[in-house]
Design a protein around this ligand. Sequence first.
Ligand SMILES: [Cu+2]
Length: 329
Amino acid sequence: MNIGDIARKWLQNLTFLAAALTLFMAPNAALAQEAESADVAAEAAVEAEAPAFEHFGADMIKGQPEDGGLTFQAQYSPNGEYALWMHDAILMPIITVISIFVLFLLLWVVFRYRRGANPVPSKTSHNTLIEVVWTVIPIIILLVIAVPSIRLLAAQYESPPEDAITITANGYQWYWGYEYVDNGGFEVISNMMPEADALAQDLPPQLEVDNRMVVPVNTPLRIQTFGADVIHAFGIPSLWFKIDAVPGRINEKMLTIKEEGIYYGQCMELCGARHGYMPIAIEARSMEDYEAWVLAQGGTVGEAEVVEVEAPAAEPAEAEETEETAVEA
Ligand SMILES: [Cu+2]
């Protein structure tokens, strides 16, 4: 073989190698390109599905006391509406009628039986008819009040349905933490917003917070409360909702909010030096908005969280151990 032959052979080999390489790489390159465009499409889809969550502004504040208001502030939960109706339609009319009637009796006695008109006082000490009337009528009034009153009391103790969304309000000295038990278990820490920031956004200072408790509207919520250090109380007047947050135990109460909006409350149990500076701000949103917010917080939505919650494996083992110890003992 001369040098020319060797060179030709090498050239052939090189060409073959190059061809093989090209054949091998081409589909990969195509695949990579496809994958890249798929990624871009997926990202675009995610962006389209989950628009950036925007919190409500001052125009959505509801249930605040009004200047010159005579009754309770507007109510935004079924129990609150019922309580407001009972106050306005039953209690206030009865109180008004009784007060006017007693005032009339007093004035009547003062004028009709004054000394000038009655030089000889009456010696009457019993009147069976009047005594029966002033016993029976108050009983009827009390029964009329008792019916809606006991209904309201019972409604406030009603247990939430099984599919209610559980949110735990943890009271800390001196702020609130909202734990989304059914949405991945993340906790939102909520502190009072500095006065200047609140005023700049036209929000009520000392009521507004940095992170609101976002909840879905028209959905039964299982609100659980817990005191991390001392007793606090989770109270929102416009939702007719108040429940103590006690260390060492979990309290539970159902809450359903009827309208989207921002509702303010405060800690309602004297809990220390900054008790007056741990406000509550609830933002009720549509279910879609709520889920978007949960995802933005890193939480989970839908069926997935049911699968994630597995029964603790340690339990049966512990039970066996206690059995064994019991046998040994
Ligand atoms: Cu407190």
